[in-house]
Design a protein around this ligand. Sequence first.
Ligand code: NGQ
Ligand code: ZN
Length: 409
Amino acid sequence: MDSLATRTDSGWRLPAVPNLHSHAFQRAMAGMAERRTDPADSFWTWRETMYRFAGRMTPDTMHAVAAQLYVEMLEAGYGSVCEFQYVHHQPDGTPYDDPAAMSLALVEAARDTGIRMTLLPVLYMTGGFDGRPLGERQARFGHDVDGYLRLLEKLRALESPDLQIGACFHSLRAVPEPAMREVLAAVPGTMPVHIHIAEQVGEVQDSLALRDARPVEWLYDNFDIDARWALVHATHLTEDETLRIVASGATVVLCPTTEANLGDGLFPLRDYLDAGGRWGIGSDSHISISPVEELRWLEYGQRLVTRRRNIAVGISESVGETLLHGALANKPAVTGIDTSGDWITLDDSAPTLAGATQADLIDRWIFSGNRSAVDTVHVGGQALVAGGRHRDRDAIAARYGAAIRQLLA
Ligand code: NGQ
Ligand code: ZN
């Protein structure tokens, strides 16, 4: 396999990495849910903290938080982001004067920073597989199908090479089957479709109890899933489900640092790679914003359970090269965006890269040290990051600091 690293006059050049899963507002709470509130603390108790933060966001704070997040993404080597946006309305569920206000705040943040965005307005209708209504804290997430399609239509008018719109179902818990069908029938057949699925054991158990099928099994039994589908997490899979995902050409979006932080479980990576599955990475809750750390922990999780080394090795013998190839391959179907011209350079003076060759550069970038080695980032021909710093880093950080103080007040 040819290396993704090329030597240029300005140092080692690599493709920028697409970030396939983000909830921008969660950047504001990263590191603030790490105290035990109950011996049974879990994903579900974390979610209560997360809902409290979601409840405080306004279009202005959303804009400030997302701009800071996107600066950090670019500085880490991501060139594009899929934004899974479900905080749509005022806290009591009343739409803003402009029902797209929150989504537009994210679009503005992407424009401020220069990151490419696939905006995924989320359909969120029910509080569980049993179809129960949204809880009080979920009120601002909700839409009926018509309102959702109007939002999609409005946002699609903004599409450009830097901004694409996709369809998005929060999860099988949150969207009843008829609504999924209506949306899929109404949107173009090439539009990316993203969904959270099978992240937690509790979700698999509920699905078995109420639908007599596991989430991924149920999805494949009931819908034609193809390459435009992004299945976020898909942590808990049987062998049969794993093979059905591979055969469909869908992309599994792995978010290793968030999945570790939330105690989700471990995706069956080796089996999935053996079968030829497509995957990508996302920073999701933004507990970490680094493609290096996502890829490193994708591999380390597997090492820890198998008690072996060098697991994610495919046609290449380099783990780093294999991982980076995987994270970059086949993304237009799930992003709608052509990122092939976006690239980063690494800092030639970084001690961790001293004496690197094309054969070991990517392994060293991913597995050695913690100081970011990203020097420049070029998106759509523009240098957004130079010397490791985004061009508007300071102004955006100042606005972020003010927004956080307001959120925490
Ligand atoms: C979310 N996040 O929507 O932000 C979810 C939690 C849920 C992650 N799963 C809420 N990482 O799944 O209900
Ligand atoms: Zn998510």
